[in-house]
Design a binder for this molecule. Structure first.
Ligand code: FES
Length: 65
């Protein structure tokens, strides 16, 4: 599914960029070799990056050890 219509960037490309270590929207754009145009996709990209970061964080119980 296209997330960024301006640059034809799909959710799979974004997921792959995040898996490769992209931790911000600008990292994702850089990784796919594009720049934001209209910016309408930025909130969705932020959500995807934030959600991936949350999944990558250790559970709180483990963090206290
Ligand atoms: S939809 Fe991504 S920059 Fe326009």
């Amino acid at each position: 599914m296209y997330v960024c219509i301006c640059n034809a960037i799909t959710d799979r490309q974004i997921g792959h960029a995040i898996d490769q270590g992209c931790g911000s929207v600008s990292d994702v754009f850089r990784r796919v070799g594009e720049k934001p145009n209209c910016g309408k996709c930025v909130p969705d990209l932020c959500r995807m990056v934030r959600s991936a970061r949350r999944r990558a964080m250790p559970p709180l119980a483990d963090a206290a050890d």
